[in-house]
Design a protein around this ligand. Structure first.
Ligand SMILES: *Cc1c(COP(=O)(O)O)cnc(C)c1O
Length: 220
């Protein structure tokens, strides 16, 4: 790991009261333990199987965040221990998370992933889909999930103005959704945006979680 960079990011996010998720995908448990021993407890993975085996191998006070695309048939594997699912992008997935949360007698915290980039490869709901989901009768009966906020990924570009515009757009959607659907819910407060290349811009636009991998762990 890069201990200097890790400490630097922690200093940088302090004034923003944001939280750092150390994205450990593809990295071995030894590398994760190094970061753990620096005091880090929030880790992010993008694959279910990998997250399950790392959860089994590592200390149980780690909070695991799923940040990658989630298939409905794999929800049951992470339901018993996942802290927050950042990548919810359909009602069908939300219904399955609710079902597995019921089975585990718990409430699973989720973020809705919003499509803000202009890249076909990125997942996420459009604004229209987001409002349709939140207004649906099917959504209103889900009692074992809690929508804690939104997540998004900016376009992979060097154009900082473009990235800033995309993050600022997501922040605007966040405020609107809060007004319209979660005005009295104190848990709707998270905005997950920003990675190694663009976290500084994300912090400027209201990120509460930044997801940093390569800057801490080195290139994958
Ligand atoms: C890999 C990944 C990150 C971290 O990316 P880095 O560039 O390594 O910081 C953040 N968010 C998601 C969704 C990812 O898949």
């Amino acid at each position: 790991m890069n201990s200097e960079k890790y400490k630097q990011v922690l200093q940088e996010i302090k004034p923003f009261h944001a939280q750092l998720i150390a994205v450990s995908k593809t990295k071995p448990v030894e590398d994760i333990l190094e970061v753990y021993n620096e005091g880090q407890r929030l880790f992010g993975e993008n694959k279910v199987q990998e997250m399950v085996s790392k959860h089994e191998a590592l200390p149980k006070d780690i909070q695991w965040h799923l940040i990658g695309h989630l298939q409905t048939n794999k929800v049951k594997l992470i339901a018993p221990f996942v802290t927050l699912i950042h990548s919810v992008d359909s009602l069908k997935l939300l219904q399955e998370i609710n079902k597995q949360a019921e089975k585990n007698n718990c409430i699973i915290d989720c973020l809705l992933q919003i499509f803000i980039a202009d890249e076909e490869t990125k997942f996420g709901l459009s604004e229209d889909e987001l409002y349709a989901l939140l207004s649906s009768a099917e959504f209103s009966v889900l009692k074992n999930i809690r929508i804690c906020g939104l997540m998004g990924m900016a376009t992979n570009t060097d154009d900082e103005n473009k990235i800033a515009a995309e993050f600022s757009h997501l922040k605007k959607i966040f405020e609107e959704v809060k007004q319209k659907h979660f005005r009295t819910e104190s848990f709707f407060k998270e905005l997950s945006m920003g990675m190694s290349s663009d976290y500084k811009i994300a912090l400027q636009h209201g990120a509460t979680f930044i997801r940093i991998g390569s800057m801490i762990f080195g290139e994958r």
